[in-house]
Design a protein around this ligand. Structure first.
Ligand SMILES: Cc1cc2nc3c(=O)[nH]c(=O)nc-3n(C[C@H](O)[C@H](O)[C@H](O)COP(=O)(O)O)c2cc1C
Length: 166
């Protein structure tokens, strides 16, 4: 059995986890807030998903990875990053982890992100406007609440690589 551990604020990292689960013929999705260690011990492989906010991977995910190295390494763990600046994902990853951790992650992928405008606070929208001036990725369509730039091709490739691990 494969387990996908994720953290999410607005749902996108879970959604990508579900798509991945579909490509991998069913994984167990586990929110990092409800971690069940006995189940993780039984898993054959573990995939960890993190969102990006303000140029950083999620701190709970970083700590989980740092504090559970033995458990994770034995289960060929992989990492996916959910953020709308897809081309930046490796910068976020290398800022979060040193080489001792990075060298044991079997596959790392940046899979794009999503924004659901009705969910965002005014302050979040303002930050996004500034971000978008620097790296224009958001093309908000009129009358659309959702912006999504998940990279389906990358999700497929990520799933394929995970399949080849075991
Ligand atoms: C306030 C704010 C800051 C963000 N900062 C970044 C960022 O620095 N880099 C990036 O790639 N995406 C950034 N994003 C986009 C999120 O990573 C994206 O919305 C992601 O899908 C969120 O995942 P979640 O719904 O699972 O929480 C930001 C989004 C918000 C609302």
């Amino acid at each position: 059995m494969r387990v996908i551990i994720y953290k999410t604020k607005h749902g996108a990292t879970r959604k990508v986890g579900k798509i991945l689960s579909h490509y991998l013929n069913d994984c167990l999705l586990m929110n990092i807030n409800d971690i069940d260690y006995p189940t993780l011990q039984k898993a054959e492989s573990i995939i960890v998903g993190t969102p990006v906010y303000y140029g950083k991977l999620d701190q709970d995910i970083i700590s989980f990875i740092q504090n559970n190295q033995d458990l994770l390494i034995a289960r060929h763990y992989c990492l996916y990053v959910v953020g709308i600046l897809q081309s930046e994902f490796m910068t976020y990853v290398t800022n979060a982890f040193d080489f001792q951790i990075l060298k044991n992650i079997k596959v790392i992928a940046g899979l794009g992100g999503a924004l659901y405008y009705p969910d965002l606070a005014i302050s979040e929208k303002m930050i996004l406007q500034v971000m978008n001036k620097r790296s224009p990725v958001i093309r908000k369509q009129k009358n659309k609440d959702l912006f999504e730039n998940f990279n389906d091709e990358e999700i497929k490739i990520f799933a394929q690589k995970i399949k080849h691990l075991t």
